[in-house]
Structures are given as C-alpha cells and as structure tokens.
Design a binder for this molecule. Structure first.
Ligand code: ZN
Length: 59
C-alpha cells in the first residue's frame, strides 16, 4: 500500500471507502479522495463543507 503503485499508469484517482460522518453537518461520508488520519476521524468534513472552508480561507 503505497503511492508508488500509482506511478507509471497515468494519473489515477484512488478513493478510500469507509463509513464516516461529516463533523459539521453530519452527512454520511462513504468515500474520500485521501486516506483519512485515524486520529482525526471526528474532524472529517464532507465535500460540501470542505469546499466552504476552503472558500472562507481564500475570502
Ligand atoms: Zn458537511
């Protein structure tokens, strides 16, 4: 399990499947484009909340 396995075959988006919940709105999260940090599972954000947060950072 390493990112090296993705090399050489063009860009491949790997989705991690699981059973999580958005820390902000409570929406169930079943897929993530990254491997979630086990110590931060209670701070996961759904795609929508994540985009809102990114937007607020940029203002
Ligand atoms: Zn959310």
């Amino acid at each position: 399990m390493s990112f090296d396995e993705n090399r050489g075959g063009g860009f491949q988006r790997q989705m991690y499947k699981g059973d999580w919940q958005c820390a902000k709105c409570g929406t169930p999260i079943t897929e993530l484009p990254f491997e979630p940090d086990p110590s931060r599972l209670d701070k996961l954000l759904c795609r929508q909340c994540h985009q809102e947060r990114v937007r607020s950072f940029r203002r």
